[in-house]
Design a binder for this molecule. Structure first.
Ligand code: ADP
Ligand code: TRP
Length: 321
């Protein structure tokens, strides 16, 4: 079984990325042949600062390795180190109906948020399809917001297979219920572009301030809160604290007597210890950049060997070769 996923180097990774994509991806590396990549080509649709892209790409590599991606088990690489994917993207784009891309909600959302709509942003699901199909991927672990793109990938693969004969494996998205949509500090979906993120790796003081600053309602601590399960801190605690600890906070909030200050303090403490080991690992990796670059180089070599074969299959099927 081939497992594949990617993440854009568009800013510091956060709890939404972690529970939506990274942790499931890391767990899946035990279950099959996993390929994970840093989607630097994709980041070009919305980030136009070369130095920042370079820095973010390295930071994503550090974050992912620190969180448990094991380069002995998974192939970990940078998307643009396998340029064959852009060639496949052209082959796919010619069998992609305009209407398929026009219905993609992620494009519409990004434009609504003020990102200027360049052609790359519109065509991005086709490049994502190429990312997935070029490795004969069976399973694609992603957060819920990416599900539609995997469905578009399936449609494109079917269309190509119908047009030129059986060429591509049809992939399945894998979305975990827990962590499918992690809420941000304002209760909306956590996202870099909403400015509501809780970073996986941030300075202690800054993150403490951010968590203590989460706005809650004006009910007194004594008041029982029958809607305790809807509380943002409780929802986050369910992700990062041991189950009994999270349950205890929820029950105390429901019964009344637990103040929001203490609840948020509990959230900070559990967050901080949840990533303690990863934080140490990240500092070690950051001190050893050559090792990190070597991991990506070796990953790219392995990925490229697989990609070249599938691209060639598609070229033969379509009469280019
Ligand atoms: P962002 O919205 O911050 O720009 P990305 O679009 O780069 O995040 O997402 C990278 C991966 O993380 C995707 O698989 C996406 O589904 C997942 N992801 C991002 N935010 C969340 C969230 N709030 N909850 C669950 N998964 C998320
Ligand atoms: N589009 C994904 C995101 O923004 C990143 C990505 C690019 C991806 N190519 C992919 C994810 C292929 C899974 C499979 O989060």
């Amino acid at each position: 079984m081939r497992i594949l996923s990617g993440i854009q180097p568009s800013g510091a990774l956060h709890l939404g990325n972690y529970f939506g994509m990274m942790r499931p991806a890391i767990e899946l590396q035990e279950k099959g042949e996993a390929l994970y990549f840093i989607a630097d080509y994709h980041s070009m649709t919305s980030l136009f600062d070369a130095e920042q892209r370079r820095r973010n790409t390295f930071d994503v590599a550090l974050d992912f390795l620190a969180c448990g991606l094991d380069p002995k088990k998974s192939i970990f690489f940078k998307q643009s180190d396998v340029p064959e994917v852009t060639e496949l993207s052209w082959l796919l784009t010619t069998v992609t109906p305009m209407s398929l891309l026009e219905k993609c909600t992620s494009y519409k959302d990004k434009v609504a948020k003020g990102i200027s709509p360049n052609h790359g942003l519109f065509a991005y699901p086709v490049l994502m399809a190429a990312d997935i199909l070029i490795y004969d991927s069976n399973i694609v672990p992603v957060g819920r917001d990416q599900k539609q793109h995997v469905e578009v990938t399936r449609d494109i693969a079917v269309k190509f297979n119908e047009t030129y004969g059986q060429t591509f494996v049809i992939p399945e998205p894998q979305i975990r219920e827990e962590g499918a949509v992690v809420p941000g500090t304002d209760g909306q979906k956590m996202s870099k572009s909403y400015g509501n993120t809780i970073e996986i790796f941030a300075e202690e003081k800054a993150i403490r301030k951010k968590l203590m600053g989460i706005v809650m309602d004006s009910r007194t601590p004594q008041e029982p809160k029958p809607d305790a399960d809807k509380n943002l801190a409780v929802q986050l605690l369910k992700l990062i604290a041991p189950a009994d600890v999270a349950r205890d906070y929820e029950e105390r909030l429901r019964a009344g007597g637990l103040g929001y200050g203490d609840l948020k303090k509990g959230l900070f403490e559990n967050y901080w210890s949840y990533f303690a080991e990863a934080r140490t690992k990240r500092a070690e990796l950051a001190a050893n950049p050559d090792y990190v670059r070597q991991v990506l180089r070796e990953g790219a070599e392995k990925a490229r060997a697989l990609a070249t074969k599938v691209l060639q299959r598609a070229k033969v099927a379509s009469g280019l070769s």
